[in-house]
Write a protein that binds this ligand. Sequence first.
Ligand SMILES: [Zn+2]
Length: 70
Amino acid sequence: MIIEQQAKELSSDVTEVATKIEILCPNCSRDVDEAELTAKRCNDCGADLSTPEQNVAVAVTSVPVIGITW
Ligand SMILES: [Zn+2]
């Protein structure tokens, strides 16, 4: 399962970056879905998913070009 969080502007000069969290089974590294996560059990290998592996990727979508003076 991939949880994506959009970048949002917290204030005029603070922008929270967009992140992408991939949740994987710690045992077989398969992408788990929400139902498996709720059941805390991997459908594939039966591993406990109470502490799933999370890959956090920071997606830089747009970097505002403010405050740059030449
Ligand atoms: Zn598994």
